[in-house]
Design a protein around this ligand. Structure first.
Ligand SMILES: NC(=O)c1ccc[n+]([C@@H]2O[C@H](COP(=O)([O-])OP(=O)(O)OC[C@H]3O[C@@H](n4cnc5c(N)ncnc54)[C@H](O)[C@@H]3O)[C@@H](O)[C@H]2O)c1
Length: 259
């Protein structure tokens, strides 16, 4: 695989915001050509503008990862424009919470379609190109894919699926020297988390965030993970020193899962 710090071509879904955007920026800083793919066209243009110092190595693509055709078109665009694909980072994702007894069918579909099918569709579309480069995939999963979170069944199930997808695909692609790993953060300080607090924090979104922070083993001294900290691990997993690492789902969670 080409080192992600030089001529590598990297595709990041969910690249307009949060962990995806931080990952786009880090790979650009290291010299890669980076395609930032997102459903939110309105956020994608400013996100790519913020990386204008790296033009023309920063390229926007509009995608809906819950559509198989859209994922195929996304990868085809990358290969057509850059001639190769070295790294696929699947960061697009959505949240929902609430008691299972009132979950609507549409909500089940939304979470599974974006968080799980989206990862599969993107991976499936990229496999042929990644085999050519002996490239790699990094899925942005969640610590909620390893340990259950109360009243977040849909999200936990979707991310548990991503973790098993990661392990299964890693074994399947190992003979082709394509690696597949996942990063599993606890709460990350991104628009995702603040939207979660707004949508589910009732009249006290700050209190909702404080309660999440207090779940951490660090207690009063706990803080949320930063998007840049996750991006650094994603970058490492795509780098040559990580060559022996595949099929791993690595927690970035201040030890919350060690309990
Ligand atoms: N923020 C957290 O606390 C946290 C914790 C653990 C894991 N994660 C995971 O990290 C990933 C990134 O989350 P984030 O915090 O950066 O969130 P974010 O909301 O800041 O970014 C997610 C991006 O995904 C995009 N997206 C949503 N649906 C899409 C679709 N159908 N097609 C294409 N793009 C789509 C959104 O437009 C957005 O730009 C997600 O998979 C999330 O589940 C987040």
């Amino acid at each position: 695989m080409t080192s992600p710090s030089n001529a590598a071509v990297v595709l990041v879904t969910g690249g307009a915001s949060g962990i995806g955007e931080a990952t786009v920026r880090l790979f650009l800083e290291k010299g890669a050509t980076v395609f930032a793919a997102d459903i939110n066209e309105g956020a994608l243009a400013p996100a790519v503008d913020r990386t204008s110092s790296f033009a023309p190595r920063a390229c926007p693509i509009v995608v809906d990862v819950s559509s198989s055709a859209s994922c195929s078109a996304m990868v085809a665009t990358v290969v057509e424009r850059a001639g190769r694909l070295d790294v696929l980072v699947n960061s697009a994702g959505v949240w929902a919470e609430g008691p299972s007894e009132v979950v609507a069918d549409e909500e089940w579909d939304r979470l599974m379609n974006v968080n799980l099918r989206g990862v599969f569709y993107s991976c499936r579309a990229a496999i042929a190109a990644l085999k050519e480069t002996q490239g790699c995939i990094v899925n942005v999963s969640s610590r909620a894919g390893e340990g259950a979170v109360p009243e977040a069944l849909l999200y936990c199930v979707s991310k548990a699926g991503v973790n098993m997808l990661t392990r299964s695909l890693a074994l399947e692609l190992a003979p082709s020297l394509v690696r597949v790993n996942a990063v599993c953060p606890s709460d990350v300080d991104t628009p995702f988390l603040h939207a979660q607090a707004r949508d589910y924090g009732g009249d006290d979104p700050e209190g909702y965030l404080t309660a999440l922070r207090h779940r951490l083993p660090q207690g009063d001294r706990g803080r949320f993970v930063q998007a840049e900290e996750v991006a650094e691990l994603v970058f490492y997993l795509a780098s040559p020193p990580a060559a022996p690492i595949t099929g791993e789902c690595i927690r970035v969670d201040f030890g919350i899962s060690a309990r």
